[in-house]
Write a protein that binds this ligand. Structure first.
Ligand code: DNO
Length: 348
């Protein structure tokens, strides 16, 4: 396992110096945040990011994310220009030593939660999702007084409304076509640069606000991998995104896609599936619904030795900061992953 850890750049309260003290960190996972979605990343920004990480004694081998512009997902507007920019970003990060790029293909909304600070019985706070609250929100109505805390602050209410409106006639099949169009152009570039592309599953893994979502389950991941059937076209196995639906057998999927050599990155996170949705929990298996040991073992037994990062953590010990991305609980998660891996390896 190449243990990795997400860092949000120089603005991040969780500094590289602190991350370095977590045992076993192999690579930092980061991105360039100084240009709008869809534009080409400046070479100097990529070089500076790499330099910061290397000065702190680590590597920068994973980018999360190079975001996909909405025109590409919509198959409209300036998609060819944005795809060309995307290809150029792949070339540029590859030149800086990056080996894996995580991205997603969710219309408008990335991960969605209804609560960012749900208090758990032990006094820690966590991210939670309640379907009833999501169903009560209509992003097409700007006067609706409900806003979700995880909503992308880069869009104003009016902008959000008009972007959602552009998806009104979008079917799942059309989204599949647009994804294929994107992959057919981007994957050959990643092959020639020696970079693995790793799509992240939709979070949660079902349609929200009537918008199509397709990277959601085993049948759809099978279909995805066949769109461009080469090893570089792979996935980020996100245990929490898949595991928040009781329908996904995450350990089985880990085994299957690892054996195919198509998992390039893993997000390890535990969730508790609840009647009205789900809430995020501490990493160990006994804290939530997922069998984290079974997932790690499935990865190991099927030859996966790549990048794994602890995913969201709770806020504990009074820490404040970016929800899901504090230091302490993610560091506990990293230690737990180290422990699982050592035990699995030694039992082999
Ligand atoms: C949330 C993350 C996602 C992920 C993107 C990948 O915490 O897991 O935002 O980075 O979906 O593009």
């Amino acid at each position: 396992m190449k243990l990795s850890f997400r860092w949000y750049g120089e603005e991040d309260k969780v500094t590289l110096e602190k991350i370095r003290q977590i045992p076993g960190i192999y690579s930092i996972v980061s991105a360039v945040y100084d240009v709008p979605v869809g534009e080409v990343w400046k070479k100097e920004s990529i070089a500076r990011l790499r330099q910061k990480v290397e000065e702190a004694g680590m590597r920068l081998e994973v980018i999360e994310s190079i975001p996909v512009h909405e025109d590409i997902k919509l198959g409209a507007g300036d998609r060819d220009r944005y795809i060309e920019n995307y290809c150029e970003n792949i070339r540029r990060v590859a030149e800086a030593g990056v080996k894996c790029i995580c991205y997603n293909f969710m219309p408008v909304f990335d991960w969605t939660r209804t609560e960012l600070f749900r208090v758990l019985p032990d006094g820690s706070t966590t991210l939670a999702y309640d379907q009833r609250q999501v169903d009560a929100v209509n992003p097409l109505k700007t006067d609706s007084d409900l806003t979700l805390p995880g909503w992308d602050a880069s869009y104003s209410r009016e902008e959000l409304k008009s972007i959602v409106a552009r998806y009104q006639n979008m079917t799942e099949e059309k989204l599949w076509d647009n994804l294929a169009y994107f992959l057919e152009r981007v994957i050959p570039v990643s092959v020639s640069c020696g970079v693995n592309m790793a799509i992240h599953e939709d979070d949660p893994c079902w349609s929200i606000f009537g918008l199509p979502r397709i990277i959601t389950n085993e049948a759809n991941l099978d279909r995805f991998l066949k769109l461009v059937d080469v090893p570089n076209n792979g996935i980020t196995l996100c245990t929490g995104s898949l595991g928040c639906s009781g329908h996904n057998d995450v350990a089985k999927m880990a085994a299957k896609y690892a054996a195919m050599g198509r998992i390039h990155f893993v997000h390890m996170r535990n969730v508790a599936v609840l009647p009205e949705g789900f809430e995020e929990r501490a990493h160990p298996s006994f804290c939530g619904t997922l069998d984290m040991y079974a997932i790690m073992k499935a990865l190991y037994d099927n030859g996966f030795r790549g990048y794994i990062r602890p995913d969201h953590g709770r806020m504990i010990w009074g820490e404040t900061g970016r929800p899901g991305y504090g230091l302490y609980d993610r560091a506990l998660g990293a230690s737990y992953l180290n422990g699982l891996w050592e035990a699995i390896e030694k039992n082999d």
